[in-house]
Design a protein around this ligand. Structure first.
Ligand code: MN
Length: 552
């Protein structure tokens, strides 16, 4: 189904198309083209690239930026479109409020938040298509924004796409982000891999007809055969594991044979092994034993014609479609019972999605993902995600940020309105904690707080209160920085810290492995804003691989 086809045949799509085009008229994107091109590209990706031909999703994709970026608010959309479409648009708009803040420990929270707000898998598909188009056009933005959006894409959206089994999208998002985050590494790869790539591609093109002919003469049916080049971002990750030695990478270019049935897969493998000797330990049967994320294929690495090593992947069209488009592909292959979502700890999500894809027609309720139903994902005014158990209150929220925030909390605003401290929070709530210095917790809080963290801190603060003492728990911050060692790196790090007017109390470093080193720096307690800025600056130093912090 093409987008144009839908536009002609569906009055709903036509209406959303016209509404969005009008709402965005006069607006331009940073590269000068009409803004409407963006929602249009988002809708086209869903329909044409992922073949996810759901009318409400397409309409919502067209409308996804109307409420946020034009004078037409969600109420106006409500007046004109179905509840289902409004729900999807509202979900995508809410996702836009969460911002990447760059501190490692919070990244997982942000992913959870996005999943929790995407109660309907279609919200996430629209968001991914939206992000994909933004990444494809990222070069028009100013450098600072490019970097933030690229980091957010690499840390949040690419892994989410991966979890949904959408490996093609996840790979493309990573590759689009890679040069903005690792410009030097990207340059290195281009310079050092290009020749190897070209040489391998030439070889693949040469041997495809030979393999085709051999399979045919052995009566193996072949739907399609071509090759794929390994993506830069994943190549870089693999090279890091192999001391940057390109000769260790056998799948720089791999041949991909698509055959009609599973039986054909094994037949093809047999024929190939009869003619060309396989490398030992490199035959992988992901059909009998699929990867944990549901990936299925046969892989083998052979000494091909001219005794050159090449990887061959064999799969059915269905396996191929699912390997590329994951959850979206199940829309088309709904009878397939395979699990598609990665990581074992998210089995409940897999279960949900399985249920959903087996009875697509029966009920839209099945599209709802409520596997985080016992968690509440709320936001600080800066868009940072705070993950809490159900029935948590602003006091729990405050203690989750920091014990001192909890201890001095006197009130709260929820979504801009003053609320009492025992109000039960909901996912997506934006919570602002009102503070008063020298204020201490009240005993009454113990009757409504939900988290053990809050309870413990309140009890301990009350104890000190009785003794007439004010207790300050944390006085210092420890930074743990993993670096790839080079001359002067320690100096660069301490210079950045000193320049931020932060006192270093002590520092020590030790080697972890080869050229890697861990540097531990203890400094005066730093407020969170300053700390976040410092961490971003530290991460920009050449050779710094990760920065963690905790208060001591
Ligand atoms: Mn958008």
């Amino acid at each position: 189904m093409t987008f144009e086809g839908l536009l002609k045949n569906s009055p709903d799509i036509k209406k959303a198309f016209d509404f969005s085009k009008k709402a965005h008229s006069g607006q331009k994107r940073k590269n000068g083209e009409p803004y409407f091109n963006h929602p249009l590209a988002t809708a086209k990706t869903i329909i044409e690239e992922w073949k996810f031909d759901d009318l409400a999703t397409t309409a919502a994709a067209l409308l996804h930026d109307v409420a946020e970026d034009t004078p037409h608010d969600i109420n106006e959309i409500k007046k004109n479109f179905s509840e289902e479409i409004v729900f999807l648009v509202d979900g995508v708009t809410k996702l836009g409020h969460v911002k990447y803040r760059g501190i490692e420990t919070r990244i997982e929270n942000m992913r959870k938040f996005i999943l929790a707000l995407s109660k309907d898998i279609r919200v996430l598909l629209i968001k991914l298509a939206d992000r994909l188009h933004n990444m494809r056009t990222l070069n028009a933005l100013p450098p600072q924004k490019q970097r933030r959006i690229a980091l957010e894409t690499m840390e949040i959206y690419a892994p989410l796409a991966y979890r949904l089994g959408m490996f093609k999208v996840s790979g493309e998002l990573e590759d689009l982000a890679f040069p903005y985050i690792y410009p030097q590494e990207h340059k290195w790869l281009l310079e050092n891999v290009k020749e190897k790539f070209e040489e391998r591609e030439k070889y693949a093109k040469k041997i495809i007809p030979i393999i085709t002919e051999r399979l045919k003469s052995n009566n193996v049916l072949l739907t399609k055969i071509d090759f794929r080049a390994k993506r830069y971002a994943s190549l870089y990750r693999k090279l890091l594991k192999h001391e940057m030695n390109l000769d260790d990478i056998h799948d720089l270019v791999a041949i991909r044979a698509i055959v009609p049935t599973i039986e054909n897969c094994y037949n093809a493998l047999g024929v190939i092994h009869k003619i060309w000797q396989p490398l030992p330990n490199r035959i992988k049967d992901y059909i009998a034993l699929p990867k944990i994320n549901g990936y299925k294929s046969l892989h083998t690495t052979i000494f091909g014609p001219e005794q050159k090593i090449i990887e061959i992947q064999i799969r059915t069209p269905e396996m191929h479609e699912i390997a590329e488009n994951g959850i979206a592909a199940h829309w088309a292959y709904q009878k397939n019972k395979a699990a598609i979502i990665s990581s074992a700890q998210e089995m409940s999500l897999v279960q949900k999605l399985r249920n959903w894809q087996t009875n697509k027609a029966s009920n839209l309720e099945d599209l709802k993902i409520d596997f985080f139903k016992d968690r509440i994902m709320s936001l600080t005014p800066k868009g940072e995600v705070i993950d809490l158990p159900q029935d948590s209150t602003p006091v729990d929220f405050a203690y989750q940020i920091h014990s001192e925030v909890g201890n001095h909390c006197v009130g709260a605003k929820i979504n801009g309105r003053i609320a009492s401290l025992d109000t039960k929070l909901k996912s997506g709530d934006l919570v602002e904690i009102l503070l008063q210095k020298n204020k201490l917790p009240s005993e009454a809080w113990l009757s409504f707080v939900k988290t053990t963290n809050a309870k413990n801190h309140i009890r301990s603060a009350l104890k000190y209160k009785k003794m007439g003492l004010l207790r300050h728990e944390n006085t210092e911050t420890e930074l743990k920085i993993v670096v790839e060692d080079r001359i002067g790196i320690l100096n660069d790090i301490t210079k950045i810290i000193a320049r931020s007017h932060i006192n270093i109390m002590s520092h020590q470093s030790h080697s972890v492995k080869d050229k890697f080193k861990t540097v531990k720096i203890v400094c005066d307690l730093i407020n969170k804003d300053k700390l976040e800025k410092l961490i971003i600056k530290l991460k920009e130093i050449k050779g710094v691989k990760s920065v963690e912090h905790h208060f001591i």
